[in-house]
Design a protein. Structure first.
Length: 320
């Protein structure tokens, strides 16, 4: 007995309408011991086919589909469009665990995300989750040679919180607080040989995010007309996503063409094979970001305060 249920889900009401198409309404409500039929989520011109592998979850499928939709809307908002036309998303229940445990994104046989979700996960934990958005950001960049893995993780690390702030999922102050706390992990250590040759955790995730501070330089050189967002959108528009392999240099050139300045290529020439120490305290001062007891305060009179405001534009109040 198959029937189609159409539900409009307004996840980020001001920007992103999604259409849920479930093949069995009762199955979508239950925690199932068996694998489910796929549920389709439509995000703009893209479709996400969600499958639940066998196993128990305390949360209803509807709650989990809402989390997926909210994450997809954040990524769509940052990139202008969801980065792949079709995504297979597999939820893998993990017995007796709680929280969003781990995600993996593949592109070889069509864009696919496997997300491992604890059986005991609460709705609040899904609301606070960043991992689904992180994995979806991976869809928006081509596969590059293994030595450049830092750019894939760096972009996901840098873009994920900005995207969630743009749809009101995350406070702007949280984005900057996490950058202030996290980016020092990406600074080169004594034996560092550059991003391509130092595949440590810190240099891969946060070193890659330090590279993404190209955002500041692009905006400074273009009087805030362009940012990293324009470069990353252009790379997707040029046909690159997780399903294709590109040379890193090509992706950076396409990004640079979109902004009209050569920040990405120049930065890669500096940071790829040699350690570059970014002066983070000076950067925060220029941007007007001041760490204060677990949060940040903003100085709107700082020289690059307008750049800071452009990087993480607050979502309209109605969406919060
Ligand atoms: Zn990742």
């Amino acid at each position: 007995m198959t029937k189609f249920i159409f539900t409009i889900v307004v996840a980020a009401a001001f920007i992103c309408l999604a259409l849920l198409e479930s093949q069995d309404s009762s199955a979508a409500q239950d925690s199932l011991a068996r694998a489910s039929d796929p549920t389709m989520i439509t995000i703009g011109a893209s479709r996400i086919e969600v499958t639940f592998e066998a196993g128990s979850l305390n949360l209803s499928h509807d709650k989990i589909l809402h989390w997926i939709t909210t994450s997809a809307c954040a990524v769509r908002t940052y990139y202008g469009e969801f980065p792949v036309r079709r995504l297979t998303l597999i939820i893998v229940p993990v017995p007796a665990r709680r929280g969003v445990i781990h995600g993996v994104t593949f592109g070889e046989n069509g864009a696919t995300i496997r997300m491992y979700l604890g059986q005991l996960t609460s709705e609040a934990e899904l609301h606070d989750d960043w991992k689904m958005t992180h994995e979806m950001v991976h869809l928006a960049f081509p596969s590059v040679a293994r030595e450049h893995h830092w750019i894939e993780e760096g972009i996901a690390t840098y873009v994920e919180p900005i995207a969630r702030a743009e749809t009101g999922e995350l406070a702007v102050s949280s984005v900057w607080r996490d950058l202030v706390e996290g980016l020092p992990n990406g600074l080169p250590g004594p034996d560092d040989k550059g991003l391509d040759r130092t595949p440590t955790w810190g240099r891969t995730y946060w070193g890659g995010a330090l590279f993404c501070l190209a955002d500041v330089e692009i905006r400074r050189r273009t009087n805030n007309r362009h940012g990293l967002e324009d470069a990353l959108r252009a790379i997707v528009v040029a046909g690159a996503n997780i399903e294709v392999e590109w040379k890193l240099a090509r992706a950076l050139q396409v990004g640079d063409q979109a902004t009209g300045v050569h920040v990405l290529t120049e930065l890669y020439e500096r940071m790829g094979t040699q350690p570059v120490a970014t002066d983070l305290p000076a950067l925060w001062s220029q941007l007007g970001v001041e760490a204060r007891a677990g949060t940040v305060a903003f100085d709107d009179h700082a020289p690059l305060a307008n750049v800071r405001r452009a990087i993480v534009a607050a979502a309209p109040a109605a969406a919060r």
